[in-house]
Design a protein around this ligand. Sequence first.
Ligand SMILES: N=c1c2ncn([C@@H]3O[C@H](COP(=O)(O)OP(=O)(O)OP(=O)(O)O)[C@@H](O)[C@H]3O)c2ncn1[C@@H]1O[C@H](COP(=O)(O)O)[C@@H](O)[C@H]1O
Length: 109
Amino acid sequence: MNDTVLRDLYQVVLNRKSDPQEGSYTCYLFDKGLDKILKKVGEECSETIIAAKNGKQEETVGEISDLIYHLMVMMADQNIPLDAVLSELERRSHKIGNLKQMKTVDHET
Ligand SMILES: N=c1c2ncn([C@@H]3O[C@H](COP(=O)(O)OP(=O)(O)OP(=O)(O)O)[C@@H](O)[C@H]3O)c2ncn1[C@@H]1O[C@H](COP(=O)(O)O)[C@@H](O)[C@H]1O
């Protein structure tokens, strides 16, 4: 799997923001506003922690998926592009990868 599924989901969320649909849960959240969206992010985060603590892997995967979706609704509300997050993760992986490489070279000399 690549990042397509994340990009497609984020695009659906953005479309719901610009073109509201009847019966859409995403539109319901945008209508309610930031405080409601943040409350949902907090709830899903807590539910993820509880599922992981209980060692329930399948349930944890479900909760992580709920959390990612609600984070995307928050990002769209705050006009944060998905690429901003993906680029930051990529930048960190290069930076931390380079640091590890430097440490290995240090140890070898
Ligand atoms: N990934 C999700 C997704 N994950 C979770 N949820 C919804 O999140 C809600 C969370 O359930 P809860 O019991 O915590 O909340 P609730 O009691 O229903 O409602 P509130 O607490 O928010 O008032 C459920 O209604 C789920 O359906 C999602 N709703 C939508 N998506 C994606 O968004 C797309 C567009 O959905 P609509 O906006 O509904 O068309 C879908 O095709 C999916 O890909």
